[in-house]
Ligand binder design. Sequence first.
Ligand SMILES: Nc1nc2c(c(=O)[nH]1)N[C@H]1C(S)=C(S)[C@@H](COP(=O)(O)O)O[C@H]1N2
Ligand SMILES: [Mo]
Length: 188
Amino acid sequence: MREAGRLPPGQSLTLKWPVLHEGSVPRFDPATWDFQVTGLVEKPLRLTWDEFTALPMKDVVADMHCVTRWSRFDVRWRGVPFTELMKLISVKPDAKYVMVLAERGYTSNVPLADLLQPTTLFALEHNGEPLPAEHGYPVRLVVPHLYAWKSVKWVRGVEFMAQNAPGFWEQNGYHIYGDPFREQRFSG
Ligand SMILES: Nc1nc2c(c(=O)[nH]1)N[C@H]1C(S)=C(S)[C@@H](COP(=O)(O)O)O[C@H]1N2
Ligand SMILES: [Mo]
C-alpha cells in the first residue's frame, strides 16, 4: 500500500477494467479525425491526427475511481499533457472552465485549474499499448483526481468558458465537480 486512505470512501478495489459508457463505440478515421479548441481563446485551433500525435507525450501512473463505486490502482497512461495543448493557444483571462467534447455529443465540464494539473493528459496508450476501442481509442482525457466520468473517452476537443456549465452526466444528476475523496457523486 503506497499510502493509507488511498481508496476513496465508498469505493471497492477491482483488478479488472470495467467498460462504462453511454451509447456505442465510435469508429476512428485518421483522415477525418480532428481536435478542436474553441470558446474563450484568442484564436480557435484545429489539429489533425498527425499534428495531435506529434505533440510531446509523457507517462502518468494514477488510480481511477468510478462513481459506480469501483476503483483501479496504478493505471499507466501515456499521452499528451493538457499543459502541452496550452502552449499552442492563448486563453482569454476570463476562461475558468472547460467543456470537454467527445464523439456522439458526450460532454463533461472540468475547471481549467484541474486540467492544468501535471497528471491530466490526453491518453493514447494504456500499459504500453494503444487504448482499446471501448476504452477511448484513439484518445481519451484522463483527469485522475476526479471521478472517471470526467475522463472523457473518444475526446475531440475542448471549449473554454467563463462560467461553469454541466456536461452530460452533470445534467443527469452527477456532481458538478466530482471529487472522489469528498464523495461528490450527485448534485443537490
Ligand atoms: N465519451 C465518453 N466518455 C466516457 C463515458 C461515456 O459515456 N462517454 N463514461 C465515463 C465513465 S462514467 C467512466 S466510469 C469512464 C470509464 O472508463 P473505462 O470504460 O475506460 O473504464 O469513462 C468515462 N468517459
Ligand atoms: Mo463512471
